[in-house]
Ligand binder design. Structure first.
Ligand code: SAH
Ligand code: SF4
Length: 345
């Protein structure tokens, strides 16, 4: 039920012979207040409650594990899906704001060498409901302390543009002003560079912010880390990015995982600067987080600063992402689930 838009739920309720207003109330209870104790809604017909109980699935995904980072800012939820698979969702606190990092797939088919999700392979796409419920779960957790969820990043497990329809439908539900009302500017979708998906976002005028993972500024360097770069080469990707920025009249965030000795040298920064100098770009530098299947090391803080200084010479603004939740494997690229993780505690 969490995957139904406000109008779809109103239609369902009317098809069942109840008034649309009852659908509206149900929808608000779930999406604005992150609550599914529908029996507490005033004047809701008991027949509707009975039908809901009989014909809809439980809203929440069971929490298999809830881990707090020693950094005090990060909390990771391992959530169980109905078919026994699992996904991870991360609650992150930065100065004055809380962000939910949510997953769009169980596993990922893109196979990036340094990413734990890529290392586990693809299991399946998540449904719209499974994507929405992750944000609702974080919102409900925050409501307990009187806080509100205002930021969502689609940067958890999976490649959102490989699961386009379900992901975009979820962003519409999360952005609905009668529900969680997450401003589209505060929802960021990160893609490995699925060219047709980027073009489609522009053609559909989807209002979410866009982040594109680059990591390499030449076709060769990029393809060594991201196998799918062979299918969507750098030229085509940068063409799609330009098309997107022109159509949407906005910039793109480019993500660059900084790996010591691999892509953190001044030459790499110059290559990136030259690539992006005519684009509307903000670069997010992410020092590599450790994963089991990749033995690279994160760039040193000094290298990151030097990298930023070179980008600044090209007029390109950049930010070094704060490292959070590394001890509980909740950092970028560290999310993974396996049957082993179901049984190891
Ligand atoms: N599939 C999407 C979104 C999920 S990954 C994408 O690839 O963009 C989110 C971000 O984490 C991406 O920028 C990705 O490149 C980065 N990332 C993956 N593995 C990482 C690691 N080990 N350390 C740091 N960042 C990593
Ligand atoms: Fe998939 Fe993104 Fe990980 Fe690559 S970095 S394997 S696209 S989740």
């Amino acid at each position: 039920m969490a995957g139904l838009s406000r109008s779809a739920l109103a239609n369902l309720v009317t098809d069942w012979g109840f008034k649309p207003v009852h659908g509206q109330r149900l929808w608000r209870h779930l999406h604005a207040h992150a609550r599914d104790d529908f029996e507490s809604i005033d004047r809701l017909p008991s027949g509707l409650l009975a039908r809901l109980g009989a014909e809809t699935q439980s809203t929440w995904l069971p929490v298999v594990r809830d881990t707090h980072s020693t950094d005090g800012f990060t909390r990771k939820f391992l959530l169980g899906l109905e078919d026994g698979r699992q996904v991870e969702t991360v609650l992150m606190r930065y100065a004055g704001r809380v962000t939910a990092c949510i997953s769009t797939q169980a596993g990922c088919a893109m196979g990036c060498v340094f990413c734990a999700t890529g290392q586990m392979g693809f299991e399946r796409h998540l449904t719209t409901a499974e994507i929405v419920v992750q944000a609702l779960h974080v919102a409900r957790t925050l409501a307990a302390t009187g806080e509100r969820l205002r930021n969502v990043v689609l940067m958890g497990m999976g490649e959102p543009l490989h699961n386009y329809e379900a992901t975009i439908a979820a962003t519409h539900i999360l952005g609905d002003t009668a529900g969680l009302a997450i401003s589209p500017a505060r929802m960021t979708l990160s893609t490995v560079g699925v060219v047709p998906g980027i073009v489609r976002l522009a053609d559909d005028r989807e209002p979410v912010s866009l982040a594109v993972s680059l990591h390499g500024a030449t076709q060769e360097a990029r393809a060594a880390m991201i196998p799918v770069a062979k299918a969507w080469p750098l030229d085509a990707l940068m063409g799609a990015c330009r098309y997107y920025c022109d159509a949407m009249d906005r910039h793109i965030f480019y993500e660059w995982t900084l790996i010591a000795g691999a892509n953190d040298r001044p030459d790499d920064a110059h290559a990136l600067g030259a690539l992006l100098r005519t684009h509307r770009a903000h670069v997010n530098l992410i020092p590599l987080n450790p994963t089991e299947g990749y033995d690279g090391l994160p760039a040193h803080h000094r290298a990151a600063k030097a990298f930023q200084a070179v980008l600044a010479e090209y007029g390109i603004p950049s930010t070094v992402r704060q490292r959070r939740g590394i001890d509980i494997a909740a950092g970028c690229g560290q999310l993974a689930t396996s049957v082993a993780s179901m049984t190891d505690d």
